[in-house]
Design a protein. Sequence first.
Length: 184
Amino acid sequence: MRTWQQLWDESGPPLTQGGADPNVPPLTFGSSYSDEVCGLSNDGMRILFPIFLGINPVPMDVAMIPLPEIMDMAFFEKMAAFIARIKQFLRSIPSVASHGAVSWDSGGFLENVIDANEVHLRYVNGFNDVVFNRVLEDVDLILNDWNGEHSNGTISHANFFANENIDEEAMQQFRNNIFATLIK
């Protein structure tokens, strides 16, 4: 059986290594205070990434993700691929698939990983206020639907992180489509 570490290693592109730009703001992560919350592990070496089944508030397992050195588009793409592989893997197990949708702690991820690194993310990715606020509000949705399959082709990673002029109606339709797939 594959471990979460193997799934992480096999998912998406390799992460960008630090060191090329000495001006990159350092990464800081908020701590996880329980297995139900995404955040920095007690030893400070990994990000705890709880995985839930259906509406159960207790995670079925907690993946441990290595700390990135740089949180650029490669990081987001790797996260999206990892989430997709977790869902694919768990849905292939009949006893697991019968428990409902597979989800993860997006609130802890937003607070302890994304919001905690606002300065870093703005510097590395060039996010302006509009795009960073969109990331704070909906990055979990784009990570769950990287290529925009649920947005009727209007929202995907290609424009979510770069186009500050995405129509709010298109974003709301994207949200509605994602939420509809989560309850199936």
